[in-house]
Structures are given as structure tokens and as C-alpha cells.
Design a protein around this ligand. Structure first.
Ligand code: AMP
Ligand code: GLY
Length: 425
């Protein structure tokens, strides 16, 4: 197949690596990509946010499938433009992507579909925010309504800090003040063709910047899959996945279909397992980053067939995705100052040494270059690289990942040292 992948991060690199790992050789194109993606796909010069340009390109080059990585092109309607011209595209249209693009829309869909989530109050003024704090109590959870790359949410017991966070976003629209939910978090991905869903294997993301879940929220500093502790709570991973499929994914997909805005693409359910049951904290309309980097290396079923079936409404005819018993972990290497003010433009060394560690892949998030043959790659963003390690157990996989990350040199870089530590004993 000729497959065009839109996006420039580690998620897109992981998708491309999974496509390349298939028995069938695909012709993989990427826009805009990054320095790592350029080693595994052909970079093409098309603006991923321009639906007309992407459609023209796909037609001209006889692309069989477009895979939209990040949320921005979805919210911009790129999938609508492609679908109108009959080009298979994995990614929801603008209307269904509101599930991620607007927390208010997501809450409304969940309410209509009777999907369990935290109680939330919409607050448009500082006074309404105070009233919501009084009603819902501490710890305070405040969310910006639109896309904020994982940084629009604050969870704090400090009312002044919560108030300041709300004040930062109020000028651009209402904020959501939400009931605090307590428990382990799970990210569960569903492929959807608008009607049928197929679950992938659960993963856990580490959202805070520092060890011990301290520091500010980020886009995600690491992840692991599968989650062995789900079996203790639900009997088996399958039982958990079935429950979330029946109580959360299918009702949401059916609600969106009934509203005339079918969801074709990846439904990302961000869940908290509270004492009172599973609750949705957020939906995303695309693969999670960095969870994709640990879910896809374990996928045994060819990814391209699943994505094409979802894009063409034939997911029901596909076998259930199968996963290897191997585990996977990823550790994110971030630039100095991430997430507040990342310092970019610095050289990266040691990537070949790092990739030489058994079971390790280096997945690129924000890299460019080299400018001259033999030169260094340059870090171009906050999250720069993901070290992904697989192994027969978490102890092995962790040892491999941390050995590899220790071989990479990027001035001022930081990473968490406790990814999957809890499950490695
Ligand atoms: P979100 O962008 O909605 O996924 O929120 C980012 C992170 O904030 C989540 O992964 C949680 O760790 C935390 N969070 C969000 N909502 C809540 C909530 N209602 N209760 C507790 N923590 C939350
Ligand atoms: N890992 C969180 C996200 O992709 O939104």
C-alpha cells in the first residue's frame, strides 16, 4: 500500500515503524516528519493542516490510505476533505474530533450516552469558578476547554493556584471545573470505523514532569504496556477491556453516529479506575503519545489492514488485534526547561550507541538535521526522543531503556527515572 502519515512526532514515528515491521512492504510517505521519520519514510512537502493540499497530493500520488497522527489536522477538517473525495483516511472529521477539541462537547456526548465521568461545572467568570470550587471542593481540577497539548489541566489543593490557572484561560472562553477523581490511570485505544470498535492493549502514561508524579503536567514523559495489575482488579485484562468497550467506547461511538457525525479513527479513552468504578477523564481523537510507542511494538496483527478497515467501514471483517506477551516501556528524553520553556537547537549525540542496546528502538519526537553529512541531529522541541524497550518482563525492559537513555547526550536534557518501576519487582 501507499500510505501517507501526517504529523511530526514520536507517535507518527512509532506508527511508521509498526507499518514497516509488517511482512508486506509498504510505500510510506510522511509530512512533515522529523529527522528520525526521514530514515524510515519518504518526507513529502505538503502542509498537513491544509485539507485541499493533502487531498490534491493524495490524488496525484495515488495514495491508498492517509493516517492522521495529531489532533490539529483533525480539528482543522483535513479528514473531511479527504473523505469527500473518497480517499480512505484514518482519522475523524472535524465534528467528531470535537470529542477531543472541546471538553464541553465531550461532556455532552458522555451525558447523552450515559458514560461514567467526573461531575463538571462550566465556569465563564471568576465568580463562577469560585462557586464551582465551593461546590466540588479540594483538590481542585481546572481544565481549559480547547486543545492545550496536555498543559491545560491543573490538579491542586492550593486554591490560589487553581484560581490563577483558571484566570489564565478565562479570557479565551469558559473553563471546566471538575470533581477530583482518585485512582490509577489507564489509556485504552479503540480503532473505530464509525460503527464497530476494536480495542488495543491498555497502557499507562506518566503525565507529570518529575519522578514520583511531581511537577507540572506534560504531554507525557513515559509509558508502559500491558498493565499487569488490571488482572488483580478485573480478573483479566480481557475482562477490563470488554467492560470499557461495552460501557464507554460503544455508547460513545453510537451516540456520535446517531448525531450524524460518525467517529472513524482512533478513540482514545483516558480513564481513572476509582473505588466507585471506571471513569472517563478525557477522550482524544487520535493515538496517544507516548502510549502508542509501547502499544504498537506489541501488536502482532498487521496495523495497515486494521487502519484501512477502519477507514473503509469494514472493521467487523477483521480479526481482533493480537498482542505479544512481551512488555514494552518508553522513556521520554525532554529538553531543558520542558514543559514551561524548552531550550531547543542543541545537538544530540550517542543515538547509534543507544540503539545498539538489545530490544531498544529510538523513536524521534522533535529532531532535525544533520545540516552537513556526519553532523549531529538537533533537538527542535520539548519532548525530543523516546527510548522504547521491549523485553520478556518489566525488569528487563527497564534495564534496557535506561541503559540506552544513558548513552544519549543532549545538554540539559531530563527524563523520569521511575517509568514502570512499580511493576518491575
Ligand atoms: P486531561 O488533559 O483531561 O487528560 O488531564 C490531564 C491529567 O490531569 C490526567 O491525566 C490526570 O492525571 C489529571 N486529571 C484530569 N482530570 C482529573 C480529575 N477529574 N481528577 C483527578 N485528576 C485529573
Ligand atoms: N499521552 C496523552 C495524550 O496523548 O494525550
Amino acid at each position: 500500500m501507499k500510505i501517507l502519515v501526517l504529523g511530526s512526532g514520536a507517535r507518527e514515528h512509532a506508527i511508521i515503524l509498526a507499518l514497516r515491521a509488517e511482512e508486506d512492504a509498504h510505500d510510506i510517505l510522511a509530512a512533515p516528519g522529523n529527522a528520525g521519520i526521514a530514515q524510515d519514510a519518504t518526507i513529502v512537502g505538503v502542509d498537513p493542516l491544509d485539507g485541499a493540499a493533502v487531498t490534491a497530493f493524495a490524488n496525484e500520488h495515488a495514495v491508498d490510505l492517509v493516517v492522521v497522527g495529531p489532533e490539529a489536522p483533525l480539528v482543522a477538517g483535513v479528514a473531511d476533505a479527504l473523505r469527500e473525495r473518497g480517499i480512505p483516511v484514518f482519522g475523524p472529521g472535524r465534528a467528531a474530533a470535537q470529542l477531543e477539541g472541546s471538553k464541553a462537547f465531550a461532556k455532552r456526548i458522555m451525558e447523552s450516552a450515559s458514560v461514567p465521568t467526573g461531575r463538571a461545572v462550566h465556569a465563564a467568570t471568576a465568580e463562577e469558578v469560585e462557586a464551582a470550587f465551593d461546590e466540588l471542593g479540594s483538590p481542585y481540577v481546572v481544565k481549559a476547554d480547547g486543545l492545550a497539548a496536555g498543559k491545560g489541566v491543573i490538579v491542586t489543593e492550593d486554591r490560589a493556584e487553581a484560581r490563577a490557572h483558571a484566570a489564565q484561560y478565562l479570557p479565551t472562553g469558559p473553563v471546566l471545573v471538575e470533581e477530583f477523581l482518585s485512582g490509577p490511570e489507564v489509556s485504552l485505544f479503540f480503532l473505530s470505523d464509525g460503527d464497530t470498535v476494536r480495542a488495543l492493549s491498555p497502557a499507562q502514561d506518566f503525565k507529570r514532569a518529575l519522578d514520583g508524579d511531581e511537577g507540572p503536567n506534560t504531554g507525557g514523559m513515559g509509558a508502559y504496556s500491558p498493565l499487569p495489575w488490571l488482572a488483580e482488579r478485573f480478573g483479566s485484562e480481557e475482562a477490563f477491556v470488554q467492560q470499557v468497550t461495552d460501557e464507554i467506547a460503544l455508547p460513545v461511538i453510537r451516540q456520535l453516529d446517531a448525531e450524524g457525525t460518525p467517529f472513524i479513527g482512533l478513540l482514545y479513552a483516558g480513564l481513572i479506575l476509582t473505588d466507585k468504578g471506571v471513569r472517563v477523564i478525557e477522550f482524544n481523537a487520535r493515538f496517544g503519545d507516548p502510549e502508542t510507542q509501547v502499544v504498537l511494538p506489541r501488536l502482532r496483527t498487521p496495523l495497515s489492514a486494521l487502519l484501512l478497515a477502519a477507514a473503509s467501514g469494514t472493521l467487523e471483517d477483521q480479526p481482533r488485534p493480537e498482542f505479544s506477551d512481551d512488555v514494552a516501556i518508553t522513556v521520554v528524553l525532554a529538553s531543558e526547561g520542558y514543559p514551561e520553556a524548552p531550550r531547543t537547537g542543541r545537538p544530540i549525540e550517542g543515538l547509534e550507541d543507544a540503539a545498539a542496546v538489545e530490544g531498544v528502538r529510538i523513536v524521534h519526537a522533535a529532531t532535525a538535521g544533520p545540516d552537513a553529512p556526519g553532523g549531529s541531529l538537533i533537538a527542535t522541541g520539548g519532548r525530543v526522543l523516546n527510548v522504547v524497550a521491549t523485553g520478556s518482563g518489566f525488569r528487563d525492559a527497564r534495564a534496557r531503556a535506561y541503559e540506552a537513555i544513558g548513552r544519549i547526550r543532549l545538554d540539559g536534557a531530563h527524563h523520569r527515572t521511575d517509568i514502570a518501576a512499580r511493576v518491575a519487582d
